[in-house]
Design a protein around this ligand. Structure first.
Ligand code: KG4
Ligand code: ZN
Length: 338
């Protein structure tokens, strides 16, 4: 089967065509129109501007995705999938309404997809051998959670950040050091040039909880930088980056280890979300998986950030389970886990 998918939950408008045959996914097109340049001068995503920018490109990228895939909407596409939650409500509504109209006018089945399940599904593109149950660490700009994938459409969150998301903390620390939005990837690189000599709080919450916190570490870094600026002292940016990355990643690894202890029946681990592209996190998770003798699945870098292909894959599983949305489908800003 072939599915056409839409993703517009934040600051990327994406449309993809993915084919599914005998358990293998073939991404025939995956057009991502990024709004980063539009939001960069504000230092973060401006929701109203994001919604308008989605409106401007969604029709154009649909034609592009179909053309690149060599697919005819009426002859070759079996269903349409769209991210309906969680995300920025105005941004989500653009994708949801566009997908609904297209599905209705072409008589195609419509499937609603949870964005976080989409991030997890990015792993199936590269690793068709990955099968539930497994544990996923989802780390993005809006979420950071440990999620047990019970089957292709059923997930359970067993631990999460109690405040900021990991990507959000990366972006805020990068911003205060003068890096353009979103600075997560630049901070990842800068950390290699410094040493983790500064002590910042861990992202692991003390005790047996599987929850994490990124606001304490973020505030500690901001306070350190402000105090240096006030004193007119030079900021050792590379050391700040290395120390921040070390505290953020080691805390996540400590809680990941605790989560694996709590669910000994889980033998496979996957990473998901924009921060899954972080090289320090990938290296630390690889080390942990080797030490514990569990299978590790890392998404390809091009499928870590928001994209339509991951929504198509999650949508195919929902479709195969018989789930259908209709013209009354609404968007929802909050995460609605099953
Ligand atoms: O999943 P995503 O594309 O969007 C959301 O659903 O939020 O994640 C975006 C986040 C941003 O905070 C971005 O800075 C972060 O992922 N990110 C990174 C890296 N690449 C992207 N954070 C740290 N290191 C990276 N290499
Ligand atoms: Zn995302």
């Amino acid at each position: 089967m072939q599915i056409l998918s839409f993703e517009s939950s934040c600051d990327e408008t994406s449309c993809a065509v993915v084919e599914y045959t005998d358990g293998v996914f073939n991404v025939k097109s995956n057009i991502v129109a990024s709004q980063i340049d539009i939001h960069a001068r504000f230092g973060g995503v401006v929701p109203e501007i994001a919604s308008r920018a989605h409106c401007e490109v969604i029709s154009k990228i649909t034609y592009e995705a179909l053309a690149e895939a060599g697919a005819d909407l009426d002859k070759d596409i079996d269903a349409i999938a769209v991210t309906s939650s969680p995300g920025l409500i105005g941004a989500l509504l653009v994708g949801v309404n566009f997908a609904k109209s297209l599905a209705y006018s072409h008589g195609l089945p419509l499937v609603a997809v949870n964005h976080m399940k989409g991030h997890i599904a990015a792993n199936y593109i590269t690793h068709p051998e990955l099968k539930p149950p497994f544990l996923t660490l989802i780390a993005s700009g809006g979420h950071t959670s440990f999620v047990i994938v019970h089957d292709y459409t059923k997930t359970e969150t067993v631990g999460s950040t109690r405040d900021d998301a990991m990507g959000e903390a990366f972006d805020k620390v990068a911003r205060v050091m003068g890096m353009p939005y979103p600075g997560g990837a630049a901070l990842d690189k800068l950390a290699y040039e410094g040493k983790p000599t500064l002590k910042f709080p861990s992202s692991a919450i003390t005790g047996d909880t599987l929850d994490m916190s990124f606001s304490g570490i973020k505030t500690a870094v901001l306070n350190y930088i402000n105090s240096k600026e006030q004193k007119g002292e030079e900021i050792p940016k590379a050391d700040v980056a290395a120390s921040f990355v070390e505290s953020a990643v080691s805390g996540v690894i400590a809680k990941l280890s605790l989560t694996l202890d709590a669910y000994p029946e889980i033998k496979s681990l996957a990473l998901a979300g924009g921060v899954a592209a972080n090289s320090h996190l990938r290296a630390a998770v690889t080390k942990l998986a080797t030490e514990r003798g569990i299978n590790l699945y890392l998404p390809e870098l091009k499928y870590c950030g928001d994209n339509g292909a991951m929504i198509a894959v999650a949508g195919i599983f929902e479709y195969l389970e018989g789930k259908r949305a209709d013209v009354f489908l609404n968007a929802c800003a909050a995460d609605e886990e099953e």
